[in-house]
Design a protein around this ligand. Structure first.
Ligand SMILES: C[S@@+](CC[C@H](N)C(=O)[O-])C[C@H]1O[C@@H](n2cnc3c(N)ncnc32)[C@H](O)[C@@H]1O
Length: 268
């Protein structure tokens, strides 16, 4: 979480509060450019103070619509997975703060749906979007519904990014994501530590774009994995210097070998 800067005062994206990591900013850029070869709309479920929305807005082209949806701190039974999460949002989040941050980077606001994400089903035209970011509620029921909305509003070669797909304290997100992969035809493209990127179309062209981007980056690494026989890319940070090499070895080697690498040295 970035330290607080007054709404509308950030000089760069890194000063906008939020949890949107640099590696995901990179992946958003690659996938937004790839999907942007044909016009289509953008949708974000859960915008908080605008960190990821500001980046999405950078990729909005002439004639496309960008919609964000958030509760902006409004309480309603069962909307948040945890009471402490709701208390945190009430203290830090207002629609005005989101708007001030967004307008600090862009001339026009996106379309704002100030409601639960369930309201989107009747607001966004089926097949109209090229990119959807799911980053709102963390309950299984809500995320499963959000994925269903994404499936309906995305065009076939669109991409969905889903936050917290493997975070320990929000198991409902993982449940909804893997349910979609195994029963709703969702096909993973790549994974970062925080987000899963997937499509209901062909993952391969997006995976090619991710590989092409990674070849020019010494600070990022792409590792090939498979899920039930289908290729998926794991994208991670490469730390510079010898510790980077060790970290990479730990990430890439099979568990038995990597356990040997982390075993503490015994005195002789
Ligand atoms: C993790 S934050 C989003 C972070 C933001 N995408 C970023 O990268 O900075 C989650 C947001 O989802 C909103 N939210 C939670 N449950 C929601 C729901 N059921 N419908 C709409 N918004 C919701 C919260 O108000 C909060 O602003």
């Amino acid at each position: 979480m970035t330290t607080r800067t007054a709404p509308g005062r950030a000089r760069s994206l890194s000063e906008v509060p939020g949890w949107f990591r640099a590696i995901d900013q990179d992946l958003f850029r690659v996938l937004l450019e790839t999907t942007g070869r044909t016009p289509g709309d953008l949708l974000e479920m859960g915008c908080y103070l605008g960190k990821s929305a500001i980046l999405l807005g950078e990729h909005l082209r002439e004639g496309e619509t960008f919609t964000v949806c958030d509760l902006f701190g409004v309480e309603s039974h069962g909307l948040y997975s945890r009471r402490d999460t709701l208390a945190f949002y009430r203290e830090t989040l207002t629609r005005e703060a989101f708007e001030a941050n967004y307008l600090n980077f862009h001339e026009d606001l996106p379309v704002i749906v100030h409601a639960r994400t369930t309201a989107l089903a009747s607001r966004i035209a089926p097949g109209s979007c090229r990119f959807v970011h799911i980053d709102a509620s963390r309950t299984y029921e809500d995320v499963s519904g959000d994925i269903d909305i994404a499936r309906s509003v995305l065009r076939k070669d669109g991409v969905v990014a889903i936050d917290d797909y493997r975070t320990e304290h929000v198991p409902g997100v993982a449940a909804a994501v893997w349910e979609a992969v195994f029963t709703k035809g969702l096909r993973p493209v790549c994974l970062s530590a925080a987000k899963l990127y997937a499509t209901w179309g062909e993952p391969e062209p997006f995976q090619q774009a991710v590989r092409a981007w990674a070849t020019d980056r010494v600070d990022r690494v792409v590792v090939d994995e498979k899920i039930d026989g289908d290729p998926v890319l794991r994208v991670l940070n490469a730390l510079p210097g010898p510790s980077g090499a060790r970290r990479l070895a730990l990430e890439l080697l099979p568990p038995v070998v990597s356990r040997a690498l982390v075993r503490p040295k015994t005195g002789r």
